[in-house]
Design a protein around this ligand. Structure first.
Ligand code: DCP
Ligand code: CA
Ligand code: CA
Length: 388
């Protein structure tokens, strides 16, 4: 919400280093870091989908724009900074967004364009290091402790990356630089848009002590409320709670909270694991015999598969169908294409045909599953979950 106070900044290339104010400081960070600390950068594109639409449609620039559908059930996927001034944010129901901002311009998404830009920025990251871990289409962690250009200063790398992203995509991003993933991620959220925040090793304890609990990455709305009820509203408060109590109250995450408020986060920046296939399945409570009913389930599964492919920025060449008879035999059939696809209608048509041609419905079926393999791993993204 603090974003609203920085609308003008998006117009300029702004280097905001609230924790690193001099060149001397920065080089010291580099030296210190070189021997004792990792150098992690987190980069996140500003108002990603909305900025892309403003880039490609100049008439939308400076206007309140959202990307999303315009039906009753649609929600805002992305909001331009101009739209945010009206209290319009992502995940807000579109109807409500229109009430808040009557002049709102609603633009449909162009997912393939966003995916291409995602690849472009990843190619820029890869010029510095192979240790790039995308968290979603528009953000990634980079470990630049040792990097391809032998640069000592992570801050300088972040500045270069910001400039290259701007040159090559005509879009702005915000970066955070620090000694681990947690701090880099939090740092990149502080000065949006077009910001760069560096938390040097020396500044880490003071920074964490004053950091309000809702800014801690990994503390969601529910946990925030729970912590507030326990009198924890800053990092300093969190540090006073024992490990035992945190584990008792928050389970496994308790250890994570205990560590991160002390500046400890040993998670590696791990480039995406290569995924071989994506699948979804349903087991029925009772054996199913009715073709129309099963086709409804099949369509539902196809939609889930299609959505997973979009989420993971993936496409594949081979579709699989599997089904289980009451005697637990589980046949499978597959069909391959020349081209990669994640098209919903192609998925439905292909799997429906496999289903009609192969499944002996008179026997009844107790499970239906579908999947896709031979994935195009170029655009691969890891699962969009918080790995704590
Ligand atoms: N996105 C989406 N649905 C959501 C959240 C996000 O489709 N519920 C998409 C649209 C965003 C993109 O992912 O543009 C990146 O999400 P971010 O959370 O990084 O948000 P933005 O990039 O839009 O804004 P910010 O400048 O705050 O990062
Ligand atoms: Ca973003
Ligand atoms: Ca993001």
């Amino acid at each position: 919400m603090q974003l609203v106070t920085f609308p003008i900044l998006s117009l300029y290339f702004n280097y905001i280093a609230i924790f690193t104010t001099s060149v001397i400081d920065r080089s010291r960070f580099a030296l210190e870091d070189n021997s004792r600390y990792r150098k992690i950068i987190h980069v996140d594109m500003d108002a990603f989908f909305a900025s892309v639409e403003q880039r490609d449609h100049p008439e939308l620039r400076g206007k309140p724009v959202v990307v999303g559908g315009d039906s009753k059930r649609s929600v805002v996927a992305a909001a331009s900074y101009e739209a945010r001034k009206y209290g319009v944010f992502s995940a807000l129901p579109m109807a409500l967004a229109k009430q808040k901002c009557p002049d709102l311009i609603i633009v449909p998404h162009r997912f393939s364009v966003y995916r291409d830009i995602s690849r472009q920025i990843r190619a820029i990251f890869n010029q510095y290091t192979d240790l790039v871990e995308p968290l979603s289409l528009d953000e990634a962690y980079l470990d630049v402790t040792s990097n391809k250009l032998n640069m000592l200063s992570a801050t300088l790398i972040a500045k270069e990356i910001k400039a290259r992203v701007r040159d090559e995509t005509r879009l702005s991003c915000t970066a955070g630089v620090s000694i681990n993933k947690f701090l880099a991620k939090v740092a990149s959220g502080l000065n949006k848009p077009d910001g760069l925040t560096v938390i040097t090793p020396k500044k880490v304890p003071g920074f964490l002590d004053q950091l309000s609990i809702d800014k801690f990455y990994g503390v969601g709305k529910v946990t925030e409320q729970k912590m507030k009820a326990l009198g924890i509203s800053t990092g300093a408060d969190l540090k006073k709670v024992s490990l035992e109590e945190l584990i008792r109250r928050f389970g496994k995450a308790g250890k994570y909270y205990y560590d991160v408020c002390r500046g400890i986060d040993d998670r590696e920046v791990s480039p995406s694991r290569i995924r071989k296939s994506i699948s979804v399945e349903r087991t029925f409570e009772e054996n199913m015999y009715d073709e129309e009913q099963i086709k409804i389930v099949l369509e539902r599964l196809c939609l889930e598969l299609h959505e997973n492919l979009e989420k993971l920025n993936q496409e594949g060449r081979t579709l699989h169908l599997k089904w289980r008879y009451p005697d637990f035999t589980t046949p499978t059939r597959s069909h391959s294409f020349q081209q990669f696809t994640r098209d919903y209608s192609v998925i439905v048509a292909t799997l429906t045909q496999l289903f009609v041609e192969n499944v002996e419905l008179v026997k009844g079926i107790r499970l239906l599953g579908i999947g896709i393999s031979n994935l195009n791993n170029h655009g691969q993204l890891p699962q969009l979950t918080l790995d704590i």
